[in-house]
Design a protein around this ligand. Structure first.
Ligand code: HEC
Length: 202
């Protein structure tokens, strides 16, 4: 045993390690290339490369804020604003001030700032037609049932948003309240004029 061990140790100076120039084995080159390739694939799958959409998708801090998860009242208002801007804002203006010849203002409107919301809910669910007086000015246009296709949650968020924006300071509307109003109206509610609506309970 001890003899064997001894014999495995190089006995002469012939076998001393020496520095020599030899070519790099091909397998190391291949392995390096494979690792580089795998790294590239990993980068491709786990990052957005240098796409501006990934590294700088927001145009402003407000836009970024809009995408942040929110809870409670802030979430409801953000949802309401998003739907309002997309659907109602076209006519009533993003600022709620209305547009001459197109739609009356919602800011400070007696149809928005109501004690209850039976009348208010009727407007987006059924539409408006004929004469309607808003803040002393009479409008004779028509509004389609712009909220009829919205979910109860979305419409409640929109109504809550318009009742608490641009100086309006009225209470929130819940999805359950919109749901109740919708089922009370039936399948195809007819649009009403201002006169007809003013006979409804607020
Ligand atoms: C196509 C344009 C248009 C869109 C979109 C629209 N409205 Fe209107 N809205 C009108 C017009 C026009 C009137 C006035 C109708 C009249 O003169 O009889 C009106 C009236 C109103 C009124 C009562 C009057 C007032 O100014 O307070 C409310 C409330 C209202 N809209 C809310 C909404 C909401 C909420 C939405 C989105 C779900 C919406 N509207 C989308 C055109 C529009």
């Amino acid at each position: 045993m001890s003899d064997e061990t001894k014999s495995s140790i190089p006995p002469t100076s012939d076998t001393e390690p020496s520095v020599s120039r030899s070519t790099v084995p091909v397998w190391i080159i291949v392995l390096t290339l494979v690792l580089l390739f795998l790294g590239m694939v990993y980068f491709d799958h786990h990052s957005g490369w240098f796409d501006s959409q990934v590294y700088g998708p927001y145009a402003s801090s407000e836009e970024l804020e809009l995408y942040q998860p929110k809870s409670g009242a802030a979430a409801l208002l953000a949802r309401g604003k998003a739907h309002y801007d997309q659907v109602c804002g076209l006519c009533h203006g993003i600022d709620g001030l209305g547009k001459p010849g197109q739609a009356p203002p919602l800011a400070g409107s007696e149809w928005v700032n109501t004690k209850g919301f039976e009348r208010l809910t009727h407007i987006p669910l059924a539409g408006v037609s004929g004469q309607l007086s808003v803040k002393g000015q009479t409008w004779g246009l028509a509004m389609p049932a712009m909220g009829a296709a919205m979910s109860d949650e979305d419409l409640a968020a929109v109504l809550t948003y318009i009742r608490s924006s641009w100086g309006n300071k009225d209470g929130p509307v819940t999805a359950d309240e919109v749901k109740a109003a919708r089922s009370a109206l039936g399948a195809h509610p007819l649009p009403m004029s201002g006169n007809q609506m003013s006979k409804m309970p607020e």
